[in-house]
Design a protein around this ligand. Sequence first.
Ligand code: THU
Length: 145
Amino acid sequence: MNTMATSSPILTTREIETLSSKAQAAKEVAYCPYSKFRVGACLLTQSGEYITGANIENASYPVGTCAERTAFGTAIVAGQREFKAIAVATDISPPASPCGMCRQFMSEFTSPSFPVYMYDKSMKCTVVTIGELLPGCFGPGDLDK
Ligand code: THU
């Protein structure tokens, strides 16, 4: 079990609207000259802060980073450790779901019920939990067994 995580899947309509608009805005600043695949993310902390991220690619392709990890990394270095939800916006339909590396990265800081709001090109939303995206994941607690 991931003992580091705390989160509630209950969000207000305003929180969901803010998450979606900020994720969409973050998509506009994606640096993706190679794939041209824009991804924006917005993370809501338990303290009510919104922290955005976007994918940042690199001429050395594997060095690029996904939007989700950019958002979580920014939040972690800002001292945040507890999160309510993340929204991810792309230009495709159905919406893109987080890659495997991002699923593992996010699971470090979230509980299985942590919601991931995935928005497609028309801002139509699909919601899944981290537990659904990465069942039976390896977590911090496993290091102590
Ligand atoms: N990408 C993300 O930002 N998040 C994901 O979960 C999937 C993929 C980015 C990485 C790369 O810059 C582009 O999308 C195409 O793979």
